[in-house]
Design a protein around this ligand. Structure first.
Ligand code: SF4
Length: 155
C-alpha cells in the first residue's frame, strides 16, 4: 500500500510531534555547535547519510514547497544532499531532519550518543507508524519516494 501523506488534521498533529521532538532536542543539555560547515551534507565524502522517517521527510517537503519549489534544485555538489545549495546553505535548514541535528561533524563536537536521544528517536518512529510510513529510509530515498507520490497525486 502506498504510504499515506500528511494532509489531514491528524497528520498535522503528527507533524507537530516531529516539531516538538526537534524543539526538545534543541533544549537538551548536550553541547554541540553546528557551524554549518556542511561537511556532513556531503554524503560521498563522509560515506554516511542520515536516515529519515516519514514525518521528517514531510516537514522537509513542506519547507521545500514554502520556497516555491516542488523539486529540489539541480544538485549543486556531486554526491551531496539534494538540499545543499551551491552557496553551501541547506535549503530547508529549519526543517532539517533529526539526523542532520545529531550527527554533527567532529568540529561541532561529534555525533550524539544514541542513548542521549533514544527516546526522541522512538517518538519519531511512532509518528512514522501513525503516518503509515515504512520505517526509516536513507535521506535521498525517503525524499524521492515522497516527491514521486506527490507528483503522481497520491497525496
Ligand atoms: S537536509 Fe540540509 S542539513 Fe541535512 S544533509 Fe541535507 S543539506 Fe545538510
Amino acid at each position: 500500500m502506498p504510504a499515506k501523506l500528511p494532509h489531514h488534521d491528524s497528520d498535522e498533529a503528527a507533524l507537530d510531534e516531529v516539531r516538538a521532538v526537534y524543539a526538545e532536542l534543541a533544549a537538551r543539555p548536550v553541547e554541540r555547535d553546528c557551524i554549518r560547515r556542511t561537511e556532513c551534507c556531503q554524503f560521498a565524502l563522509t560515506g554516511v547519510m542520515p536516515l529519515v522517517t516519514k514525518g521528517e521527510v514531510a516537514l522537509m517537503v513542506k519547507a521545500l514547497r514554502a520556497t516555491g519549489r516542488t523539486e529540489p534544485p539541480k544538485q549543486a555538489i556531486e554526491g551531496a544532499c539534494p538540499m545543499l545549495q551551491a552557496n553551501g546553505k541547506c535549503l530547508v535548514y529549519e526543517a532539517r531532519p533529526f539526523g542532520c541535528r545529531t550527527h554533527f561533524c567532529a568540529a561541532a563536537g561529534g555525533p550524539y550518543a544514541r542513548k542521549e536521544v533514544l527516546d526522541l528517536i522512538r517518538r519519531l518512529e511512532a509518528v512514522d507508524t501513525d503516518l503509515e510510513g515504512e520505517g526509516p529510509h536513507k535521506l535521498d530515498i525517503g525524499l524521492k519516494r515522497m516527491l514521486r507520490e506527490l507528483k503522481e497525486g497520491r497525496r
